[in-house]
Design a protein around this ligand. Structure first.
Ligand code: MIG
Length: 769
């Protein structure tokens, strides 16, 4: 029998003396870091700052293994280095698989395999490990569900599929056959026999997950290089696991309130002032609320980033942006990483002079092609390059833009992929594209965030396509180039919910579909299905059929308008959820399983989602369907449209004609009900309405100026609204923001009760019923 290794303990780190040392660091009772140094220098891009909290734990020798025990987890480590994790009650969560992998038999012999692979097809998706890689194999229970991994397309439960982490821009229709997309977020959430846990593999190199596809007995993670570096996450519920994961990798900061409004986009609008003007006019004339128009690559001078083609903007871009702003419309321009190779172009010349671009191994600036033709790629891993980029953002903020949309930052390239050995920096150390690829978009987003923050003193609005774990601290994400096909309106539910489980709360898809031609019915169902996606943007590719809300006439226009107006009613609720999210990491759009992981029915629902804890959305995602089955989770439910009440834990059939999004509210819920506005201004609201669903309810509402960081020094108000059988009360639970609501309306089933603010006592008199 192998004997147990000795160990040393320094603070909360225990180092076990194997041939290659294995370190366990207790960060909190529910977060344990497992690390084995395989010679890779550098620090994490996902985890910033010291996350260790003073935590009690014990290490005990159990004869054939050690137990490292905290209040929430026990890690068993045996003499051969196997790691098994139980929760505090002794339920196994994570168990090393002791057997050998059994490669999937795909019915191909060696000769054919070589032929097929020579044509570029992959037979066995498993990462080729090379001599620097390793794999981690964990046992699967018969009853085990696996969630997470960011934007991977497919279903909520990822068990039975395989995935790769290598940020990729692939224009084909994203379906469950895809193993990779734009983002690499190597976090798994599991429910093993109903017991929740998480595993976060913090290694940016190309990695692969096989989640019980190769075998029903195990799942594995493999990676081409880097240290063994992962986090064991516990928690009494999936919610607690998400809270722990976002404690570790960070949370989406509170956004500006207007960013929750509707946004209109199409690749091509920004080719001229006239075209954008026409869109703004149409929005207004058609009574469609809207907060932003996005400017795709066409506004630039020959696709040169941080330039504006002033010939196409007779008013001048600054003046035009100001005019739109006056009409309530903000401008979000796109910025790609590729800098046009043009010695007469200042951004390129400066980057070249200061050595800010990535280089071929021979020392020459590496050039590939993107929109501007030949282009150089900023070395975003370096702090100095991020600072430079942040400073470049000033060109746009000086013109008055409201945010920046980062695209192509996988990084994508038109002239073949960037070779692995191109020299990219890892902070100030030379590294390779192989290592830095998956964090390129992350670092670009961070630079953009820093630039906006420094110049605007507002909460930065950055949208990014590529991301790594932790990018949620800097950017909103969208799911890239979907298509106008029914499978993509279906996909938005599990995909956005999965991003939420993976730490990304501010997410959205291109409503109507980016590629291909939409249909009136598809567009209508999309605005319904995506109604609560925090990023709420209609976007389409140049060359596709137009899909602005008015182009199909009636009834599309009226239905679309009805849902835009409904969205604005829900904005204060969404904003409250964001305020909570900054404390809990819990996403806005949630799969049912996140709110209740103990109801087995919730564990595989792909066509319903929840907004916070109280709103249930069951969109129609099939062409031609006008009725659908809805599973109502535990509790009691009120049909939003007709107040009919239902008991939970049953399936009901609901009518869903084209103009109806099936929507339910948990019985006895109060919700804030925003004003009917066409734009979300920076002016404070003087009144707020709350709507009661059911007979009684309590609600905590958050208010601040919706724009800057003053809330962090206490400039916010908290309100507790309560409706009981005999009275309505509103309590100002925190008063730090001067613009307190003067009036509060509470809409009950049969009447509206109004309370007025008494400045002298800072109270709202209770109202007897
Ligand atoms: O190669 O800028 O995903 O939203 O409209 C395409 C043009 C580049 C891809 C983005 C899309 C954007 C488009 N871009």
């Amino acid at each position: 029998m192998t004997t147990l290794p000795t160990y040393t303990q320094t603070g909360q780190t225990v180092t076990f003396n194997f041939a290659t040392n294995l370190q366990l660091t207790v960060l909190t009772a529910s977060i344990i870091h497992l690390f084995s140094d395989r010679g890779e220098p550098g620090t994490s891009y996902a985890v910033e700052g010291d996350k260790q909290q003073p935590t009690a734990f014990t290490v005990t020798n159990q004869g054939d293994h050690y137990d490292l025990t905290t209040a929430a987890l026990t890690v068993h480590l045996d003499a051969t280095g196997h790691v098994d994790v139980d929760d505090a009650a002794g339920h196994p969560l994570i168990t090393d698989y002791r057997g050998k992998r059994q490669l999937l038999d795909k019915g191909v012999d060696k000769v054919h395999q070589r032929l097929v692979e020579a044509e570029g097809h992959s037979i066995n998706g498993a990462t080729v490990q090379g001599d620097q890689g390793y794999q981690v194999i964990k046992a699967l229970a018969a009853d085990e569900h696996l969630y997470g991994l960011g934007d991977k397309p497919g279903y909520l439960d990822k068990r039975g599929y395989e995935y790769d982490n290598w940020n990729s821009d692939n224009p084909d229709a994203h379906l469950e056959t895809f193993t990779k997309l734009y983002k690499s977020i190597p976090v798994l959430l599991g429910l093993k026999n109903g017991h929740p846990y998480g595993l976060f593999f913090d290694n940016p190199y190309r990695s692969h997950f096989d989640l019980g596809k190769e075998s029903p007995h195990y799942y594995f993670y493999s990676v081409v290089a880097g240290n063994l570096d992962y986090y064991i996450l516990g928690g009494a519920s999936l919610k607690a696991v998400v809270t722990n994961y976002t404690y570790l990798t960070g949370r989406t900061p509170l956004p500006q309130k207007w960013t929750l409004g509707y946004q209109q986009s199409r690749w091509g609008y920004s080719a001229s002032q006239k075209e954008v003007q026409a869109i703004a006019d149409d929005l207004e004339q058609n009574d469609l609320p809207c907060d932003a128009i996005h400017f795709d690559v066409d506004y630039m001078r020959g696709y040169r980033v941080f330039t504006w083609d002033t010939d196409k903007y007779p008013a001048g871009p600054g003046e035009f942006i100001a005019q739109l702003k006056q009409r309530g419309i903000r401008v979000i321009p796109i910025i790609d990483p590729g800098v046009k190779q043009d010695p007469d172009y200042a951004v390129y010349a400066t980057g070249l002079k200061n050595d800010y671009f990535v280089k071929s191994p021979n020392g020459q600036v590496y050039i590939n092609q993107v929109w501007p033709g030949n282009a150089a790629f900023p070395d975003f891993g370096r702090p100095a390059v991020r600072d430079w980029w942040a400073h470049n953002v000033k060109f746009l903020t000086d013109l008055g833009v409201a945010g920046v949309w980062n695209d192509m930052n996988e990084p994508a390239s038109f002239q073949g992929p960037i070779p692995n050995d191109v020299v990219f920096s890892d902070q100030d150390r030379p590294a390779t594209h192989k290592k830095m690829h998956n964090v390129y978009g992350h670092n670009m987003a961070q630079a953009t965030y820093a630039g906006l923050k420094a110049q605007q003193h507002r909460r930065p609005f950055v949208i990014t396509r590529a991301a790594y774990a932790g990018t949620q601290k800097y950017a909103t994400v969208w799911t890239g180039d979907n298509q106008s096909i029914w499978p993509h309106v279906q996909l938005l539910i599990p995909q956005l919910c999965t991003l939420g489980l993976s730490g990304f709360s501010f997410v959205g898809t291109d409503i109507g579909g980016f590629g291909a031609d939409t249909t009136p019915e598809l567009l209508t169902r999309w605005i319904e299905a995506g109604l609560f996606s925090p990023l709420f943007r209609n976007h389409a590719a140049m060359g596709t059929r137009h899909q602005e809300p008015w182009v199909f006439g009636e009834p599309t226009l009226s239905i679309y308008r009805k849902y835009l107006k409904l969205r604005y009613r829900f904005v204060p609720y969404l904003y409250d959820l964001f305020a909570q999210e900054t404390q809990t990491g819990l996403p806005i759009m949630r799969p049912l399983v996140l709110n209740d992981d103990q109801d087995p029915r919730n564990r595989e629902i792909n066509d319903e989602y929840m907004v916070g804890d109280t709103v249930l959305v069951a969109p129609v995602v099939q062409q031609g369907q006008t009725k659908r089955l809805v599973y109502l989770p535990r509790g009691e439910w009120v049909d939003f449209w007709n107040n009919r009440e239902y008991a939970g834990q049953q399936d009901i059939v609901v009518d869903a004609p084209l103009d109806k999004l099936p929507l339910f509210v948990r019985k006895n819920t109060l919700l804030p009900w925003g004003p009917a506005v066409s734009h979300i201004g920076d002016q404070p609201d003087t009144a707020m309405t709350f709507r009661l669903f059911g007979d009684h309810g309590t609600y905590d509402h958050y208010q601040d100026n919706g724009t800057d960081f003053k809330y962090q020094t206490g400039e916010w108000n908290g309100y507790r609204v309560a409706v009981s059988h005999n009275q309505v009360t509103v309590t100002l639970t925190h008063h730090g923001y001067a613009a307190v609501y003067q009036t509060i309306h509470v809409a009950l089933a049969d009447r509206v009760v109004t309370l007025t603010y008494q400045a002298s006592t800072q109270t709202y008199g209770p109202q007897a019923l």
